[in-house]
Write a new protein. Structure first.
Length: 315
């Protein structure tokens, strides 16, 4: 096999479901305009970090001098058919987005990509430099993953793979190695508007715009202030995140469950006791969610979300 094929096979051996390679060229005009228009219209809400380092976000070569290639990987996190959902409880329970029912994907994917880099070091004779990115560096991950052939960006603004669906974690290795690139796939959402209809707050619109200011995932995870009453009442019992636009996607219907047994899943985090959340202190919060994406949310914001859920249940 060629070095590129060896790298791809090793990525699959490490538990990734998808792997593709693209070059380190800047985003094309279409994706650049989508991003800059989104920012210009204020659709990023208070995520000011999205406006910073725009040159790096749209040009991956700015993140690593002499970058030539980007190895893009995807990890399926669909848990719907993989695990039995928790039984109904007499206690008030708040639902947690599917991705947060696993261990923190940032750490997990980064470790696996470090193993992939070690493999590349032993497999190629050339010296090379690299930078590992997992949703933290200023990088347009979905656009690059689409360019590498991992899927296409749907109307829900998620990367959708026709076989694995839209529940995918992404990671990248930017490298000075020059590798042959893969081609994008042609699938699209066609005339389907299921995700737009499913969004509880109208954050998705038919013209393809996504307004984070209205998104329940943004409001319950990224937004640190008091959530406006008209949006809070639409949050329902969602304690952390929202999966409605993902679950409504036709490509999700037949998607297989996550097959990576090394990626820890906590079924008891699918729904959390709201009263217990309200009574947590910092030490208990740290212990209980040390390896969870929930830990990225300050405890006072998690309690804010829990109070909203309790209020919605009482009304």
């Amino acid at each position: 096999m060629s070095p590129a094929e060896d790298i791809k096979q090793k990525a699959l051996d490490l538990g990734f479901d998808l792997v593709g390679i693209t070059d380190a060229a800047p985003l094309d005009n279409k994706h650049f305009k989508i991003l800059t228009d989104w920012l210009a219209f204020g659709c990023a809400g208070r995520m000011d970090y999205m406006k910073k380092n725009l040159d790096k976000r749209t040009n991956p070569a700015k993140l690593l001098k002499n970058a030539q290639s980007i190895i893009c990987v995807g990890l399926n996190y669909n848990s719907e058919k993989a695990k039995k959902q928790p039984a109904e409880s007499a206690e008030p329970m708040g639902t947690v987005a599917n991705y947060a029912r696993y261990e923190d994907y940032h750490s997990f994917i980064k470790k696996q990509l470090q193993k992939l880099v070690s493999f590349v070091s032993s497999a190629v004779e050339d010296d090379f430099k690299f930078k590992i990115c997992v949703d933290s560096a200023p990088l347009a991950e979905r656009a690059l993953a689409a360019r590498a052939g991992l899927g296409f960006i749907g109307k829900n603004r998620m990367l959708i793979n026709p076989t694995l669906g839209p529940q995918l974690f992404l990671g990248e290795i930017i490298t000075t190695l020059k590798l042959p690139v893969d081609q994008p796939i042609a699938d699209t959402c066609s005339n389907c508007n299921n995700c737009i209809k499913a969004c509880p707050t109208g954050a998705l619109t038919p013209d393809g715009r996504f307004d984070a200011n209205k998104c329940i995932s943004y409001l319950t995870i990224e937004y640190k202030g008091r959530i406006p009453d008209d949006l809070a009442e639409k949050i329902g019992d969602r304690l952390f995140g929202c999966d409605e636009c993902v679950l409504a996607c036709p490509f999700h219907k037949n998607a297989p469950p996550c097959k990576n047994k090394r990626f820890k899943f906590y079924n008891d985090r699918a729904a959390l006791n709201l009263n217990e959340i309200m009574n947590l202190n910092d030490d208990l919060f740290e212990v209980r969610f040390a390896d969870s994406p929930l830990k990225r949310l300050p405890l006072d914001c998690l309690k804010r979300n829990a109070q909203i859920c309790l209020t919605n249940m009482a009304s």
